[in-house]
Design a protein around this ligand. Structure first.
Ligand SMILES: C[S@@+](CC[C@H](N)C(=O)[O-])C[C@H]1O[C@@H](n2cnc3c(N)ncnc32)[C@H](O)[C@@H]1O
Length: 185
């Protein structure tokens, strides 16, 4: 687990070295599995905004937060219907949320970088009115620092949420990706 400086994220987005970026996110299957057809989506660590933009195109009211200026610039160029804000997720509880609660909260490969996971997850639980969709690397040979181990997952995430459904992918040796649909305990 590592907290990367904001400047290193800015450099990645500026140089275009963003291997995590999904330029064609399939939101339909999430909508179907989460059984949520409308409402508010909070995209935490939204990066360059592909997921936010895709949910906005489906008619959701989307707020995307990220502390990389470069990421936010790209995100804002993707869509004008989602709202993007430069915000440090370590201070998520101080963010001026537009809504009382959100039908869908997304954390796609961000939790590993959050130092105070308990505080962050508690705020998510407070604002959740539906599904918390979380994607984490449990194992990654090349960069173990970007992982949330299964033990850490159990000690932090499962303190606040129950798993509604999960998919654990092992696309190749040394790499395990967990995708979770979570509901508030
Ligand atoms: C691996 S990228 C994933 C981006 C996006 N969720 C996606 O799937 O394309 C992690 C993102 O988390 C953001 N991030 C990391 N720590 C953060 C923090 N403390 N506050 C806000 N954003 C943070 C980075 O700037 C980066 O955009």
């Amino acid at each position: 687990m590592t907290q990367l400086p904001k400047s290193s994220w800015d450099s990645s987005y500026k140089s275009g070295f963003t291997p995590w970026r999904d330029t064609n996110p399939q939101v339909e299957s999430i909508i179907e599995k989460a059984r949520i057809t409308s409402g508010g989506v909070l995209d935490l660590g939204c990066g360059s905004g592909e997921w936010s933009a895709a949910f906005a195109r489906k008619g959701f009211e989307v707020e995307g937060l990220d502390y990389s200026d470069e990421a936010i610039k790209i995100a804002q160029s993707q869509t004008t219907t989602a709202e993007f804000t430069n915000w440090d997720l370590e201070d998520l509880e101080r963010y001026p949320f537009k809504k009382e609660g959100y039908e869908l909260i997304l954390d796609l490969k961000v939790l590993a970088f959050i130092k105070d996971k308990n505080k962050y997850l508690q705020t998510i639980a407070n604002k959740l009115m539906g599904i918390f969709f979380l994607q984490v690397f449990h194992k990654h040979d090349e960069k173990p620092s970007i992982c949330v181990t299964k033990e850490e997952f159990a000690e932090t995430v499962l303190k606040f949420f129950n798993v509604k459904s999960e998919e654990i992918l092992e696309p190749r040796t040394g790499k395990v990706i967990g995708t979770y649909y979570l509901i508030k305990k």
